[in-house]
Design a binder for this molecule. Structure first.
Ligand SMILES: Nc1ncnc2c1ncn2[C@@H]1O[C@H](COP(=O)(O)OP(=O)(O)O)[C@@H](O)[C@H]1O
Ligand SMILES: [Mg+2]
Length: 436
């Protein structure tokens, strides 16, 4: 069943692309300007990428055999086929929407953002249909001889779209995209070379050989980790793995006993916590830790205690705009807020420090499912606004789904790392953290 591995790897790539589409939609909604050249390159990219990524051997070998062995799969396969036709139409719609934006037509930006989001959603539905319905059926219905033939076909893929020539054309397109993309879209860092990897700049945060201890008990062992500007990086692991300890060591409240932390080109390993805040490392701690008796506004002001007063006022206004409910209640003690609102307050307080790197410790902890979604949507919108994020979560599925990359931590060591999509798809992670 090597073919299934190939297909799932391709899905992981597609998933990442989909997240990029979503990020671009979010940027548009934030009122960022539309750069025609960027979008044209982006749409060219989608067109080439998606067409090429639809594995031809699926249509040639896998699906016909599945139709034969499992007639009930036919309507599902028909739906997949229809998706591919609709996909082309959707892309044409995107190009038309871009033209409308360039002509300054009313509501054109919102329309483009909606269409991008719809495109991403369709992509996700498509992958889900394949992974949750079609491939399981194939696993069940196809015989060993079928798989032998299918695997052979996948291995011996001489489709001209996969040869060296299109690969060069494709690279050229990607480089054009990378040159045009706004930094926050964060298309970089793709393992299979489909997206740009060879021009990656020095990461915003580089941690090497980091260790720390509580008394004589080592809590971190030779942790290597990096976060590139514009990324969401997720740190997942069981209770007690050392996730919080990493964040505390990064923000400087827990001293490192070995290793180096380089942030924004500077070695900050020996810097005190306050100086790290000033350089843009701001943390929203585990359990939120808002000051209950203090008013909501004062809690926020505390997040910028080192900043000049006039800057604080301006930043407060931005937080109010982001969280109207906090503004409404600003004079009330923070302790009167619900759990979800306190989480917003804790994140707002960290934002008051104008983070370049935002550290979030279990932002979804103890929240109802709907609020969990809202918190993760917020994290994505912060990324779209240009903030780099390192997020610690026990809710590994949700965190990896929005993460560009992730690290799995076990008893103080990094045991696994990869793109969010790769980790989500990895058997180890699925078994250990996703209960699958
Ligand atoms: N203040 C402390 N004193 C002693 N041991 C601690 C302290 N904080 C955490 N630990 C220990 O360090 C390990 C990692 O804890 P922590 O970083 O809180 O894990 P996580 O956030 O992944 O749940 C655990 O074994 C925990 O018991
Ligand atoms: Mg913790």
């Amino acid at each position: 069943m090597e073919a299934l591995t190939i297909i799932c790897r391709e899905h992981a790539d597609l998933w990442r692309l989909t997240r990029a589409v979503d990020a671009v939609a979010a940027e548009l909604r934030q009122g960022n300007t539309v750069d025609a050249a960027f979008f044209e390159a982006f749409f060219d990219y989608l067109e080439s990428f998606v067409d090429r990524y639809h594995h031809p051997k699926e249509d040639d070998v896998l699906f016909p055999r599945l139709r034969e062995r499992d007639p009930e799969a036919a309507p599902l396969l028909d739906r997949l086929g229809a998706d591919h036709r609709v996909g082309a139409e959707r892309l044409a719609g995107l190009r038309a929407a871009l033209t409308a934006v360039l002509r300054d037509e009313a509501d054109a930006e919102a329309d483009l953002a909606d269409r991008l989001a719809a495109y991403a959603k369709a992509q996700i539905d498509h992958i889900r249909l394949e992974e949750t319905e079609i491939l399981p059926r194939a696993r069940k219905a196809l015989t060993a001889a079928d798989w032998e033939a299918i695997d052979a076909a996948f291995r011996d893929n001489d489709d001209p779209l996969f040869g060296p020539h299109p690969r060069i054309a494709f690279r050229a397109l990607v480089h054009r995209m990378a040159a045009l993309a706004p930094e926050t879209v964060g298309l970089g860092g793709h393992a299979s070379g489909v997206l740009v990897t060879d021009t990656a700049p020095e990461p915003l945060l580089r941690v090497t050989g980091l260790e720390t201890a509580y008394g004589r008990i080592k809590a971190l062992e030779r942790v290597d980790l990096e976060v590139r500007a514009g990324e969401i990086v997720a740190l997942v692991g069981a209770n007690g793995a050392g996730k919080t300890t990493i964040l505390r060591t990064l923000s400087g409240v827990q001293p490192a006993t070995a290793g180096r932390i380089v942030f924004d080109g500077e070695d900050i390993t020996a810097l005190k916590a306050g100086h790290r805040v000033r350089r843009g490392i701001c943390q929203s701690p585990e359990g939120r830790q808002v000051f209950g008796p203090l008013s909501i506004e004062d809690n926020l002001r505390l997040g910028a205690y080192t900043a000049p007063a006039e800057r604080r006022d301006a930043d407060l206004d931005r937080i109010w705009a982001m969280f109207p409910i906090l503004h409404e209640k600003r004079r009330l003690p923070a302790g009167t807020l619900s759990g979800g609102q306190q989480q917003m307050l804790a994140i707002g307080r960290a934002l008051m420090g104008r983070p370049k790197l935002l550290l979030l410790d279990e932002p979804s902890m103890g929240l109802a499912p709907l609020l969990v979604e809202e918190v993760f949507a917020l994290v994505e919108s912060l990324k779209a606004a240009g903030i780099t994020i390192l997020v610690v979560e026990q809710n590994a599925a949700a965190a990896l789904a929005i993460a560009d990359r992730g690290y799995v931590l076990e008893t103080g060591r990094v045991t696994l790392t990869g793109t969010g999509a790769d980790l989500l798809a990895s058997d180890e992670v699925r078994a250990a953290y996703l209960g699958m």
